[in-house]
Design a protein around this ligand. Structure first.
Ligand code: NAI
Length: 313
C-alpha cells in the first residue's frame, strides 16, 4: 500500500518521484525511452545531492534512503500494478494523454486507485470521458518545480467521485504539499489563469514600450512578489486598507478603469517579441539556462524553509 506509479520521467515526473520518495513512498517511474530513465536517475541524484549538501532537503530520510525508494521501468503494467496512486507526466498533448490513460484504465482493477494527470491546462473531462474508471480521474497540477513549490491544484471532472479527491488531497498533505481543490473545471485552472493574466499585462507594458523588461521583472520580484510569497490578492487588498469593503470604496473604480485599458489577447510575436528575446538572452543566454534554474531553485528552497520556520513561530 506504499507504491506510487509515475508515468513519464521528464522535468515534472522526476520532481514528483523525488517528492514521494522523500516521504518514504516506493516510486516506480515509467517512460517509453529507456535512456531517458537513466538520465532521469542521474538528474534526480544531482538535484537531491545539491539540496542535501546545503541542508535544504524536504525529508528526514538520508539521501541514500530517498534514492532507494525510486526505481524505473519501461513496462507500463509493471509501473501501475499495485500502485495506490498514479501521476501521469507525459507531454502536454491531449491525444497522447488520452491514449496513455486508456492503457492504464485497461490494466488497473482495484477501485480505490487515484488517477491523476499533471496537465498544465487541459480540463480533466477532455482527458477522461473515455475511461471505464473515470470516476477516480482528476488533474493534480503542480507548480514548477513541485519539489520546491508545495501548491498542487486538484481539479475534478464532472464525474470524479469526491472520495477520490479526498484520497488525493490526503496523500498530498502526507508528502508535504499544499493542495487546493477546485469546485469545477475551467481552462487553465487557477494557476495558469493567473499566470496568463500576468503575462497578458506584462506583454502590453513591454511590447508597447511603457517599460523595459528589466524594470518589469523588478516590479514583480522586488514589489508584488514580496506579498504574494505569503498571501493572495484578496488578503492583500483586505489589509492594505481598512478591510475589503474600504479598499473597494477607495480603489475599486481605479482598478476598473485600469482593467478597461487592458488590450485584447494576442500571440506574443513580431518585432516586440524579437526585442524581448534579445533582452532576455542578454540577461540569461540560452546556454546558461540550467545555471539560472539552479540559482532560482536555491532561493526557492531557502524561501520554503523560511516559510515553514515562520509558520512554526
Ligand atoms: P517533459 O517533456 O520534460 O517530459 C515528458 C516525459 O514523458 C519524457 O520523459 C518523455 O520521454 C515521456 N513520454 C512521452 N511519451 C510517453 C508515453 N507514452 N508514456 C510514458 N512516458 C512518455 O515534460 P514535462 O515538463 O515534465 O511536462 C509533463 C506534464 O507536466 C505536461 O502535461 C505539462 O503540461 C505538465 N506540467 C509542466 C510544468 C512545467 O513547468 N514544465 C509544470 C506543471 C505541469
Amino acid at each position: 500500500m506504499n507504491k506510487i506509479g509515475i508515468i513519464g520521467s521528464g522535468l515534472i515526473g522526476k520532481s514528483w518521484a523525488m517528492l514521494f520518495a522523500c516521504s518514504g513512498y516506493d516510486v516506480m517511474l515509467y517512460d517509453v525511452i529507456s535512456d531517458q530513465l537513466q538520465s532521469a536517475l542521474v538528474d534526480i541524484e544531482a538535484q537531491l545531492s545539491a539540496l542535501y549538501k546545503e541542508g535544504l532537503q524536504r525529508s528526514s530520510l538520508t539521501l541514500a534512503e530517498v534514492k532507494g525508494h525510486i526505481c524505473t521501468t519501461t513496462i507500463l503494467e509493471e509501473c501501475v500494478t499495485g500502485a495506490i496512486y498514479i501521476q501521469e507526466c507525459v507531454p502536454e498533448n491531449r491525444d497522447l494523454k488520452r491514449d496513455v490513460w486508456r492503457q492504464i484504465d485497461d490494466v488497473i482493477t482495484p477501485d480505490d486507485v487515484v488517477f491523476a494527470t499533471s496537465t498544465s491546462a487541459i480540463v480533466p473531462s477532455l482527458l477522461s470521458d473515455h475511461l471505464k474508471k473515470r470516476h477516480r480521474f482528476m488533474v493534480a497540477h503542480p507548480a514548477n518545480p513541485p519539489l520546491l513549490n508545495p501548491m498542487v491544484e486538484l481539479v475534478p471532472a464532472p464525474w470524479t467521485e469526491p472520495a477520490a479527491v479526498d484520497r488525493a488531497r490526503a496523500l498530498m498533505e502526507v508528502i508535504g504539499q499544499v493542495p487546493i481543490v477546485l469546485n469545477k473545471e475551467i481552462d487553465g485552472f487557477v494557476q495558469a489563469r493567473i499566470q496568463a493574466a500576468i503575462i497578458h499585462v506584462a506583454w502590453q507594458l513591454v511590447s508597447e514600450d511603457y517599460v523595459d523588461v528589466e524594470s518589469l521583472e523588478t516590479a514583480m520580484s522586488e514589489g508584488l512578489g514580496g506579498w504574494y510569497a505569503f498571501m493572495g490578492p484578496f488578503d492583500v487588498k483586505h489589509i492594505n486598507a481598512n478591510g475589503f469593503v474600504d479598499s473597494n470604496k477607495k480603489y475599486g473604480a481605479m482598478v476598473e478603469q485600469v482593467q478597461k485599458t487592458f488590450p485584447k489577447p494576442e500571440l506574443m510575436q513580431g518585432p516586440a517579441a524579437e526585442k524581448l528575446t534579445r533582452d532576455l538572452e542578454q540577461w540569461t543566454p540560452s546556454n546558461r539556462l540550467a545555471d539560472r534554474c539552479r540559482w532560482r531553485d536555491r532561493r526557492m528552497s531557502a524561501l520554503l524553509q523560511l516559510k515553514r520556520k515562520l509558520d512554526e513561530e
